[in-house]
Design a protein around this ligand. Structure first.
Ligand code: NAD
Ligand code: UFG
Length: 339
């Protein structure tokens, strides 16, 4: 199958592109490199032994996006491209709505004009908001609490309306829980710009000596050890979920939504301990106040994905930390070579 992958140079996109190439698909990656480095795709090609086509393009350039879809002969699109930093989205809401929503609309117009009607979209567990019963099923009400999350919620609405208006579309909305880890080779992984917002990349940078200690945001939550609980999922399991969704859409029309998580929650302290075990020494940390907007506990009920897609995550927290650490240790400054 010929697949267009938007945002394919990024963290989840590069791992999924690798799986697509390994499965024999032909891939064109569209990315403006605003949060990624072309080196990721060089390594994806090295690992797979196959080549892909790269287009440095901004989804906000509607004409260029349409031209690419006109000439591409694509059977499907996997749409990762978007901005994803929650705090930044609070400070720059217009940039987030413009990039994520207008970018998606440009993509959808191009797909519609050129007869491509199969789409896998990167949504997020953030659409469920902060105070809900766990485990979260796909039926939980949507209640995003920040502009980034609302871009995902709005795009889900747009895609749902599109699927209702034109029943030729096949659309998968994949709600990721907390993606972590790296390809087992250690060649590709997450390479955040600046100070990491998310727990695992922060812990990894402490382990490699780029930062002094992890700040644990609150130990007074109603959880076993008082720290926040999340459903961490290995990025390679997540990538496999995209291929499963693509396969499901091949002979079905409609709009489908699935949680992609493990169904198991881990606390911040459990993650810090597991990462220390992978590294072979304890990770220094300090308890500080809660981060505004954080929920106590979030984890998936992933049973719908198992039933429909025959997909389940099978890598555990130990492996997530080992693989994340291998990547961080061999690439202490990520993809950049200038230190
Ligand atoms: P990432 O930043 O590594 O990848 C996103 C890619 O999109 C980057 O390569 C970036 O350069 C590109 N991009 C952004 N805006 C673009 C535009 N206008 N035109 C072209 N390219 C553009 O992020 P990721 O972690 O790989 O996330 C991929 C997707 O999954 C995002 O949509 C994100 O919101 C979603 N998601 C991520 C997480 C997470 O914790 N990593 C959780 C849930 C959902
Ligand atoms: N945490 C710390 N210290 C840190 C960073 C995080 O204690 O330096 C804690 C948080 O309070 C939370 C847990 O670690 O309890 C996980 O935090 P992350 O920032 O790694 O992840 P979140 O669950 O807050 O959010 C992430 C993404 C969202 C996405 C959501 C669900 O940032 O964009 O997962 O997919 F929507």
């Amino acid at each position: 199958m010929k697949v267009l992958v938007t945002g394919g140079a990024g963290y989840i996109g590069s791992h999924t592109t690798l799986c697509l190439l390994e499965e024999g698909h032909n891939v064109v990656v569209l990315d403006n490199l605003v949060n990624s480095n072309l080196e990721s795709l060089r390594r994806v090609q090295q690992l797979s032994g196959r080549s892909l086509e790269f287009r440095e393009l901004d989804l906000l350039n509607a004409e260029a996006v349409s031209n690419l879809l006109a000439e591409g002969n694509f059977e499907a699109v996997i749409h990762f491209a978007g901005l994803k930093a929650v705090g930044e989205s609070v400070e720059q809401p217009l940039r987030y709505y413009q990039n994520n929503i207008v970018g998606t609309l440009n993509l959808l117009h191009g797909m519609e004009a050129h007869g491509v009607r199969r789409l896998v979209f990167s949504s997020s567990a953030t659409v469920y908001g902060a105070s809900q019963d766990v485990p979260l099923t796909e039926k939980a009400p949507l209640d995003a609490t920040n502009p980034y999350g609302r871009t995902k919620e709005h795009i889900e609405d747009i895609l749902t309306d599109l699927g209702a208006a034109d029943t030729d579309w096949s659309i998968a909305l994949l709600r990721y829980f907390n993606p972590v880890g790296a390809h087992e080779s250690g060649l590709i992984g997450e390479d955040p710009v600046g100070v990491p917002n998310n727990l695992l990349p922060f812990v990894a940078q402490v382990a490699v000596g780029r930062r002094n200690k992890v700040m644990v945001f609150g130990d007074d939550y109603p959880t076993a050890d008082g720290t926040g609980v999340r459903d961490y999922i290995h990025v390679m399991d997540l990538a496999a979920g995209h291929l499963a969704a693509l396969g499901y859409l091949a002979n079905r029309k409609g709009v489908f939504r699935w949680n992609l998580g493990t169904g198991r929650g881990s606390s911040v302290l459990e993650v810090i301990e597991a990462f220390g075990a992978a590294v072979g020494r304890p990770i220094p940390y300090e308890i500080t106040g809660r981060r505004p907007g954080d929920s106590a506990v979030s984890y998936a009920d992933p049973s719908a994905a198992l039933a429909d897609l025959s997909w389940a995550a099978h890598r555990d927290l130990r492996q997530m930390c080992q693989d994340h650490w291998r990547w961080q240790q061999t690439n202490p400054v990520g993809y950049s070579s200038d230190g």
